[in-house]
Design a binder for this molecule. Structure first.
Ligand SMILES: Nc1ncnc2c1ncn2[C@@H]1O[C@H](COP(=O)(O)OP(=O)(O)OP(=O)(O)O)[C@@H](O)[C@H]1O
Length: 222
């Protein structure tokens, strides 16, 4: 059996000089090609956990394995390289480069990772095909990202996370600016594309109505 996409064991993290908050997670396993919905009240540690999973933060105890690798035990530079190759991020504010064309925003991960570029085949063609499947037509591909609507920018951010078929997609509340019908439609599109790529998905949202779209869910307590 192949290693899970994500395995968290006996994790403990508190912010240095923080307000006493401590995140404790004895076990979390996300098998490859499955989706996890992560929710919990404001301040329960969702963003902190995503930063630990993505290797932006390192735990004080326990560990995070990605694809069977002892990711959280590696030095930051090695984590950065592994993340670029194997993890696609969708941020809450999307973090698109505003004056860069839509298609060039989608291509960014292929510039930071030779593996992602190789897996994309012809990266420019892959970016355009992905955008079209996410309902961003060719007329928008050359526009600067800032000239798109919030919903369109969100789908561009999803295309950027998906290009080069990373094994893990991490999404931090990317739907909060949308109405309920659009949120659900976005989640379905994202999960369909991730499923076709064989990617696991970890998705954070306050909106519990989205939980039914995912294979499993986890609530972080306040
Ligand atoms: N950079 C930081 N420095 C110190 N403490 C922090 C930092 N970021 C978050 N915290 C603290 O960690 C705890 C968890 O915050 P976190 O942002 O992970 O929660 P969250 O569940 O994502 O919240 P929200 O739903 O409001 O985004 C809070 O008590 C917060 O004050």
């Amino acid at each position: 059996m192949s290693a899970p996409a994500l395995l968290v064991r006996d994790l403990a993290f508190s912010w240095p000089g923080g307000d006493g908050f401590c995140l404790n997670l004895p076990l979390l396993e996300v098998p490859g090609e499955t989706s996890l919905f992560l929710h919990g009240p404001s301040g329960s540690g969702k963003s902190t956990l995503l930063n630990l999973i993505g290797g932006v933060l390192a735990p004080q105890a326990g560990h995070v394995e990605l694809l069977g690798q002892p990711f959280s035990r590696w030095p930051a530079g090695r984590r950065d390289a592994f993340r670029a190759d194997h993890v696609g991020f969708i941020f809450q504010q999307f973090n698109l480069i505003p004056y860069l064309a839509v298609v060039d925003n989608v291509l960014l991960p292929c510039r930071f990772s030779a593996r992602r570029a190789a897996r994309a085949g012809d990266p420019a063609a892959a970016a355009r095909a992905l955008l079209e499947r996410l309902d961003i037509g060719p007329a928008l591909h050359g526009r600067p990202a800032h000239a798109l609507s919030v919903g369109q920018q969100q789908r561009v951010a999803a295309a950027r996370a998906l290009i080069g078929r990373p094994e893990i997609i991490i999404a931090d509340e990317p739907t909060s600016a949308l109405d309920a019908a659009r949120q659900a439609a976005f989640v379905d599109l994202l999960l369909a594309e991730a499923g076709a790529n064989g990617s696991a998905v970890v998705f954070v949202s306050h909106d519990l109505s989205l939980a039914t779209h995912f294979d499993a869910s986890l609530e972080l307590a306040a």
